[in-house]
Design a protein around this ligand. Structure first.
Ligand SMILES: [Zn+2]
Length: 441
């Protein structure tokens, strides 16, 4: 038995063209490799079929161009042109007729001229999702593997452009989106955090990108003794310099999608930074009450830095940490103050003591936001932002800080974060139709 893949074209009822794409003998497979077509064969079959299909579509697309668009006279043929088109899996070059008129009007056939791009929107979206998830060069390598070839349309510069473009579209969609809470949640959790990214601009300093994550108690699940996951959540992100307007609006929308109402009690976790708390405070008119908790993740980090600076005093620093962990922050602070004055008497290196001073003022300034973290953990209640895919580390640091010297344009970071947050909020599919509409507009 043989299998033949044939492309047959009909006009009216009559067959006008028939081409054999592939012929293969059907036989018993001797290994799993022989079941069906190989990956590369699949790509090449699709490519062959497309190359029988796209030229006919193009000749229809360009046929009305033999009428002058300026004076309306019949235009004359003016050479053949090569039209290029990039489908999801294959590149196509088609010969098409150009036209010109005595009045000076000319028409060069291009897909870009007709639709504003010669790349299929599906490919742009694939590039954007990969570009948002991993460094552009890694995305380039991934697409090349999946596509079985290195196409110039998939190089890292094009992937960066696609990510930026889709992110810009998503920014518009999310900003214009009107969200009505479908369900009502009695309780919601909110984490807000920021990450600093090096600026590619003139002054080459850094700017902050903000991330908010909203989820409901049902989504918070234990996966192992020391690990929890958030099954579903909505993430809002912004790197724009707009006084917090975008992040406030997007955080409110994210909360509404999770069921925010006037009856909702929000428990918010933040670092001590005021720009984080101002995002939390923005939600207060829309809910019943906000309970503020200092994020355990940042407290632990501060203690870790102190232990690194003063390894000989690890036990004393740890015992202060345990007091805070068990909801006795005043005792924890007292232990640190004692340790500090003890070390000061011995003329200890000031820069190392600063690590202790930082924790003391960090905790003292946030006393009202300190809780019994241990009992929250025991009761399976959130107490830290350090939960996979929901924290700054996974949303910002992983993508923007892989290389120390990596610098970014603020707007590009913002756009990339729009794609990332849509993916990690499980909303990428919901936005498809709107993205397509804006891509082809
Ligand atoms: Zn003319």
């Amino acid at each position: 038995m043989h299998l033949e893949i044939i492309v047959r074209k009909r006009e009216g009822g009559a067959v006008v063209e028939e081409s054999l794409i592939k012929e293969i003998k059907i036989k018993k497979p001797t290994s799993i490799m022989e079941i069906g077509f190989k990956h590369s064969e699949q790509v090449s079959i699709i490519s062959e079929i497309q190359s029988r299909y796209i030229p006919d579509q193009c000749s229809m697309l360009f046929e009305e161009r033999n009428i002058c668009q300026k004076c309306g006279n019949k235009a004359m043929k003016n050479g053949k042109h090569t039209v290029s088109f990039h489908a999801s899996l294959s590149d196509h070059k088609i010969k098409a007729q150009g036209y010109s008129c005595k009045c000076g009007w000319q028409s060069k056939p291009t897909i870009h001229g007709c639709f504003g791009s010669n790349v299929h929107p599906d490919l742009i979206k694939i590039q954007a999702t990969l570009g948002a998830k991993m460094p552009y060069k890694d995305a380039q390598a991934s697409i090349a593997k999946f596509n079985c070839s290195s196409r110039s349309v998939n190089n890292h510069v094009k992937i960066a452009e696609a990510t930026n473009k889709i992110g810009e579209i998503l920014h518009t969609i999310k900003t214009e989106e009107i969200v009505e809470a479908k369900k009502e949640s009695e309780e919601l959790y909110l984490q807000v955090d920021g990450g600093h990214i090096k600026d590619k601009g003139k002054d080459k300093r850094s700017f902050e990108a903000m991330i908010s994550t909203v989820y409901s108690p049902e989504s918070y699940r234990k996966v192992s003794e020391n690990k929890n996951e958030i099954k579903s959540k909505h993430i809002a992100a912004s790197a724009l310099k707009d006084g917090g307007e975008t992040i406030n609006q997007l955080t409110l929308k994210a909360a509404k999608k999770e069921g925010l109402s006037e009856n909702t009690v929000i428990t918010a976790f933040c670092d001590g930074a005021s720009n984080c708390w101002s995002i939390v405070d923005y939600l207060s008119p829309y809910c019943k009450k906000i309970i503020k908790i200092l994020d355990w993740f940042h407290i632990r980090q501060a203690y870790d830095r102190a232990i690194t600076a003063l390894p000989d005093y690890k036990d004393q620093i740890q015992s202060s940490k345990y007091k805070v962990w068990h909801g006795k922050p005043k005792e924890g602070i007292k232990k640190l103050i004692e340790l500090k004055s003890d070390l000061e008497c011995r003329d200890f290196d000031n820069s190392k003591l600063d690590k202790l001073t930082f924790i003391i003022s960090y905790l003292s300034n946030n006393l009202a936001k300190l809780v019994n973290y241990m009992s929250r953990k025991t009761n399976n209640l959130p107490y830290t932002s350090n939960v996979a895919e929901a924290n700054v580390e996974s949303q910002i640091n992983v993508r923007f800080k892989r290389k120390q010297k990596m610098q970014w344009h603020r707007s590009n970071v913002h756009n990339l974060l729009q794609v990332r947050s849509a993916i990690y909020s499980g909303e990428w599919q919901n936005y498809q139709a709107s993205i397509d509409m804006k891509l082809v507009a």
